[in-house]
Design a protein around this ligand. Structure first.
Ligand code: ADP
Ligand code: MG
Length: 334
């Protein structure tokens, strides 16, 4: 059973940045306004996320890493109306099958914090001979989750992830994207013991200010804002997109649908071909799109990592996005 769970977990958590995405979404679901990521060895030795969210109830700690344990379903019985990021209760369980996981958490109304360690979905003693129960400790309000020795029990995965620098850059990329999209939240991302944070965005910022900080003024200055809503399509979006040629090594494509960082190949292709026809020299555009759809129209279940999504009315919505970008680029160049 343990091997089956480990394989299933490996389907969801391929690399440190997948784990980070799940942990960041949990912190955001918990209402955090400050999130700090600390990384050792590309996240393979340590991936730690500290937030100041609402914390986890002590009585929930023993079960929080069991599969399908979620506190988010009771609030939204109807799966089609899910508004939070999580809803399957698989992330912590999966991580606990492929790493040494520990949780330190304190709710605002609790006198002290509790720390718990997990393996294979279950609470385990923090040290050999200790008891399998959360231990009281001192900590700030909020939750700190540490995943250590990722894939210690899956040799093939470990060997596939030898490049700590590459893994760290993916981590930084995921953290930066969430920072841009959640601009009211303060984000930091750093290597443990490093001289300074590699990502540090202030609280109560704006998406464009964070884009400027992360991608630089040249890119920020070349962007135009787009915004559109369509009642028939039940779609609404805003964002920032390239309006002029700028030096980019590669396309930057940040798509959030209902606040989830996702891939949507038809949208990406349509935007890329638009740029190829109207701004051939900007064929590697910067695109940040914050798209809201009726949750009932979105199918987030196509892939276990929840990256590629599908939704109803795709053609119409893709057309609306392309039209909106086209007009914004034309008017910025007139
Ligand atoms: P899901 O997000 O799908 O509910 P997860 O496995 O990601 O499942 O998390 C399980 C549960 O653990 C969540 O439903 C939530 O109650 C709790 N949880 C996880 N991370 C945090 C956090 N940072 N702050 C507060 N609660 C958390
Ligand atoms: Mg989750």
């Amino acid at each position: 059973e343990s091997v089956v769970n480990r394989i299933a977990a490996g389907e969801i958590i391929h690399r440190p940045s997948n784990a980070l995405k799940e942990l960041l979404e949990n912190s955001l679901d918990a209402g955090a306004t400050s999130i700090a990521v600390t990384v050792k060895d590309g996240g393979m030795k340590l991936l730690q996320i500290q937030d100041n969210g609402h914390g986890i109830r002590t009585e929930d700690l023993p079960i929080v890493c069991e599969r399908f344990t979620t506190s988010k379903l009771t609030e939204y019985e109807d799966l089609s109306r899910i508004r939070t990021y999580g809803f399957r209760g698989e992330a912590l369980a999966s991580i606990s099958h492929v790493a040494h996981l520990s949780i330190t958490t304190k709710k605002a109304d609790s006198d002290c914090a509790y720390r718990a360690s997990y393996a294979d979905g279950r609470l385990v003693p923090a040290r050999p001979g200790g008891r399998s129960e959360p231990e009281p400790c001192a900590a700030n309000n909020g939750t700190t989750i540490a995943a250590e020795d990722l894939f210690y029990n899956i040799r093939s995965r470990r060997e596939a992830l030898k490049n700590a620098r590459e893994e760290y850059s993916r981590i930084l990329e995921v953290a930066s994207r969430y920072a841009i999209h959640n601009s009211s939240v303060a984000f930091t991302c750093r290597k443990a013991g490093g001289p300074k944070a590699d990502l540090c965005t202030p609280q109560a910022s704006t998406a464009i200010a964070n884009i400027r900080q992360i991608f630089g003024s040249k890119i920020a200055d070349s962007l135009v804002e787009i915004e559109r809503a369509d009642a028939d399509l039940e779609a609404e979006f805003r964002g920032y997109v390239s309006s002029a040629v700028h030096e980019m090594h590669k396309t930057v494509f940040l798509l959030f649908i209902n606040h989830r960082l996702v891939e949507h190949t038809p949208i990406r292709r349509a935007i890329e071909s638009l740029y190829a026809s109207i701004l051939p020299k900007a064929s590697r555009p910067f695109v940040y799109l914050d798209l809201h759809l009726s949750p009932a129209n979105v199918d987030v279940n196509v892939h276990p990592t929840k990256r590629e999504v599908r939704f109803l009315g795709e053609d119409g919505i893709v057309g609306l996005i392309v039209d909106s970008i086209h007009k914004a680029v034309l008017s910025a160049n007139n």
